[in-house]
Design a protein around this ligand. Structure first.
Ligand SMILES: [Zn+2]
Length: 109
């Protein structure tokens, strides 16, 4: 009887220990995920700070310029022209006449 109680107690401790270890593992994994997400956010912020509004060709500052209602980015040094996602479609949707005027403006004619 005493031996059986002791065995049951051992089993309870083993089970309890297993649950504690599992809970600690899950908590550690959650902290690791949180750290990784935080690092990813920091890395994106650093990349953006280093490259935001910089020419991808020469690294000089880009200047936002309005061309017929579409904001395009023009390099202050090499005069490269860059558009954000969606802006190219906006330019294509402009009427033929408007587009011709826009390209004349871009080419500084
Ligand atoms: Zn440039």
């Amino acid at each position: 009887m005493v031996e059986q109680d002791s065995r049951r107690e051992d089993e309870w401790f083993r089970q309890n220990e297993k649950e504690l270890i599992e809970a600690a593992r899950k908590a550690r994994e959650a902290r690791e995920r949180e750290r990784a997400e935080h690092e990813a956010v920091e890395a994106r912020a650093k990349l953006k700070a280093a490259h935001f509004m910089k020419c991808p060709k020469c690294g000089h500052d880009l200047k936002e310029t309005d061309f017929s209602g579409v904001d395009i980015d023009v390099c202050s040094y090499c005069e490269g022209v860059f558009v954000d996602a969606g802006e190219l479609e906006e330019l294509f949707l402009k009427r033929e006449e408007e587009r011709r005027g826009l390209f004349r403006k871009l080419l500084r004619l």
